[in-house]
Design a protein around this ligand. Sequence first.
Ligand code: 13P
Length: 337
Amino acid sequence: MAVRASPYADELVQTAKTIASPGRGILAMDETNGTCGKKLASIGLENTEANRLAYRTLLVSAPGLGHYISGVILFEETLYQSTVDGKKITDILVEQGIVPGIKVDKGLAPLSGSKNELWCRGLDGLASREAAYYQAGARFAKWRTVLSIPNGPSELAVKEAACGLARYAAISQDNGLVPIVEPEILLDGEHGIERTFEVALKVWAETFYYMAENNVMLEGILLKPSMVTPGAECEDKATPEQVASYSRKLLHRRVPPAVPGITFLSGGQSEVEATQNLNAINQTPHPWHVSFSFARALQNTCLKTWAGRPENMKAAHDALLLRAKANSLAQLGKYTS
Ligand code: 13P
């Protein structure tokens, strides 16, 4: 069987390597306008295009961000936006050595026939949307689907998630975008860490099976897993060492060394917890770059500190850079709290 080769193969490998560079990780700021609106509401701002732009401009303009951040995931609106001073957001990123990325999925919907589970939409028209995103400067993509442990996950939900991710990954590579493959295993639930581990093994086995079926070039992808933790409502909390031990075991059992980078999501962990766990995971060498692709665990304090006031911009930048630097150290296994 001839293996499909993307005309972008060399570029994809290079893009993935740039994102997976030592001491750097990804800032996820690709919240949909609805989710961004909830963040703005939490600081008393209205969900207008101007306010979304002000917040997103604040994030990308933190001085020296590129020391710690190699990629930024944008929502479609932001990819095409310029700041009030007329500078394209993508140019601000590229000037700092940061690769612009784009959320390409169309969000979650009820998965008929399942146990109240969800699936991720967005394959229709994906190729042409991605070709346009490449023209606008994006070089990597994100597709986030979710699996719920309290609701299952059912065989159907796992297969649907894996097939969708694999199809998206192949289409992204055809269009020059490095796909971030993200089957998020949600934190909600009372289950212990063993159960999360078991589900994660199953989800990643299926995801790699379907990526192979779709001839996805593993050297040109990035993974975005959940760390292996107990459910948020579990009575037995796990130490960073326990989270690290299970998360490493998962990666070693399921991820081929051809994959250049693993960028964990924070998934509702506190800022410090996410950093401590990443640092613990990086206490031993791996065949891949193991880093972060955090939204909440990078943005939470920054957003609160800013509170929509121009006079708080410097303090908000400092808050973002503090977390970015801490996670950079954790990528290197050198974070101390
Ligand atoms: P959190 O780090 O807030 O989980 O978000 C990461 C992300 O981009 C989810 O898709």
